[in-house]
Write a protein that binds this ligand. Structure first.
Ligand code: UDX
Ligand code: UDX
Length: 474
């Protein structure tokens, strides 16, 4: 396929947080390969074709601008995208099922199946289909069977090539990944994909496995990472009860080379589109295969995360004299982590829900998340089983939530500040100015342990971090 009469042409279905940046990087690094990213969502495609990309990632704009119009294009013409390519990535979303068998756990594979059917319909000749979306182990089996039904006699190889990039660092992760994983049956197809990555990634970092190992490795990697966060968060509760400091404990254990320092930052709880979804998917798979002990082991990671979020809301309420009703709380940060505009499963959503239920007035500021997104997320979190939002909750969001454009404004006349996202700008604020405009006692609940609590206590704040004893004004 790399011969000049049949050069490699890539199409990716799904222009989301994964498909968009990954394809932009391939196009940047391989100027001779045509890369087309297609998506059903017209406004998303329009954004990819504009100056304001739908995904905020440091350095992404430069990568897109270098390749767009040269060998990178974004379009809604899925059929043409499939026809014109010989390697097709599937990077559509695979959310947790909300109803039916496996609701709340199993992955909804509707979009992946639809993509496979579309590929089967529109293809001729031979194509390599690459699973980029995170999928339950053995999904490739179903994809292969659907592709076989192609009416045009097209033939296919199916590869699994999970993406390990983290949001906020997508560009650097794509530029220098720890590894690239390619699973498949055909060594020729594996080789063709490996040659793409080899343009900028050393060969020894490109691992090849069978299909099932590759699919399962992605779920396992996310489960292990999330487990570390839940483990340190569980210890944070013990630290608060005993006077130990969780950041000191994390440092002490992280210097053990067998444990390592990463993913040991205690927090208000992990969020993001992947951790919870992938663990629940793993739990469902284990149950499906009759491994109920294994399922409950992993389920505990999600339960611990829910516990951590609840603990944080309860601590705010308890500390503020058991009531936050009609009190103003500044919410600093709404994204699930810094350097992204993504709010999926962000802990902030759940903390805001709990505080609103208690009657608090919230003034929210996030450097990258739009007011529309924040209001949408809050409406969604109040949906009941029939996916309705009660009139009371709608009113609550209308009257008790404001979204402002800087952190000072959010804390003006506030009774408390809750830090939800570890944005760097929060560390650089003039906290004396913040303090002067707040009610006393001026509470700070630092859900990310990013603020200098000793300095804050000196100003007069009462600071409650995660996994450490509270610091009162001194
Ligand atoms: C998605 C999956 O959630 C994740 O499991 C996987 O690892 C990578 O792909 P992400 O890119 O973050 O992650 O999802 P999202 O931002 O929702 O993007 C998916 C895109 O696919 C959306 O733009 C959606 O419009 C598009 N899509 C979905 C299609 O084009 N066709 C479909 O049939 C379904
Ligand atoms: C994750 C995986 O890291 C990535 O490899 C995979 O492809 C997708 O899922 P992502 O969700 O983008 O990436 O971000 P990540 O940096 O893993 O953070 C996930 C959540 O855990 C965030 O809410 C973050 O704040 C939280 N976290 C992370 C902690 O609370 N403490 C930590 O030490 C690390």
């Amino acid at each position: 396929m790399n011969s000049s009469d049949n050069p490699l042409r890539i199409c990716c279905i799904g222009a989301g947080y994964v498909g968009g940046p990954t394809m932009a990087m391939i196009a940047k690094q391989c100027p001779d390969i045509q890369v087309t990213v297609v998506d059903l969502n017209q406004s998303r495609i329009d954004q990819w074709n504009s100056d304001v990309l739908p995904v905020y990632e440091p350095g992404l704009k430069e990568v897109v601008e270098e390749a767009r119009g040269r060998n990178l294009s974004f379009s809604t013409d899925v059929e043409e995208g499939i026809r014109g390519s010989n390697m097709i990535f599937i990077s559509v979303n695979t959310p947790t099922k909300t109803h039916g068998v496996g609701a709340g756990r199993a992955a909804n594979l509707e979009f992946v199946e639809k993509c496979a059917r579309r590929i089967a319909e529109c293809s001729q000749g031979h194509k390599i289909v690459v699973e980029k979306s995170t999928l339950p182990v053995r999904t490739a089996e179903a994809v292969k069977r659907i592709l076989k039904s192609s009416s045009n006699g097209a033939t296919f190889d199916v590869l699994s090539n999970p993406e390990f990039l983290a949001e906020g660092t997508a560009v650097s992760d794509l530029l220098a990944p720890d590894r690239v994983l390619i699973g498949g049956e055909s060594s020729e197809a594996i080789e063709q994909l490996a040659r793409v990555y080899e343009r900028w990634i050393p060969r020894q970092k490109i691992l090849t496995t069978n299909l099932w190992s590759s699919e399962l490795s992605k779920l396992t990697a996310n489960a292990f990472l999330a487990q570390r966060v839940s483990s340190i968060n569980s210890i944070s509760a013990l630290c608060e009860a005993t006077g130990a400091d969780v950041d000191e404990v994390a440092k002490a254990i992280g210097t053990d080379s067998r444990i390592g320092p990463k993913f040991l930052k205690a927090s208000v709880g992990f969020g993001g589109s992947c951790f919870q979804k992938d663990i629940l998917n793993l739990v469902y798979l284990c149950e499906h295969f009759g491994l109920s002990d294994v399922a409950s082991y992993w389920e505990q990671v999600v339960k611990m995360n829910d516990y951590q979020k609840q603990r944080f809301s309860k601590r705010i309420i308890r500390t503020m004299f058991h009531t936050v009703s009609d009190k103003q709380i500044a919410i600093w940060g709404f994204a699930f982590k810094k350097d992204t505009n993504d709010t999926r499963e962000s802990a902030a959503i759940y903390i805001c829900r709990d505080l609103l239920e208690e009657g608090a007035r919230l003034v929210i500021y996030d450097p990258r998340v739009s007011e529309k997104q924040i209001r949408n997320d809050l409406l969604n979190v109040f949906k009941d089983h029939s996916l309705e939002v009660s009139a009371r909750h709608r009113r609550l969001i209308e009257t008790n939530v404001s979204v402002v454009s800087d952190a000072y404004q959010a804390s003006q006349n506030a009774h408390a500040i809750a830090v939800m996202t570890e944005w760097d700008e929060f560390k650089k604020l003039d906290m004396k100015r913040v303090y002067e405009n707040m009610y006393r006692p001026a509470f700070v609940f630092d859900g990310r342990n990013i603020l200098d609590e000793t300095a804050l206590a000196k100003i007069g704040f009462e600071v409650h971090g995660i996994g450490r004893s509270s610091k009162f004004s001194i």
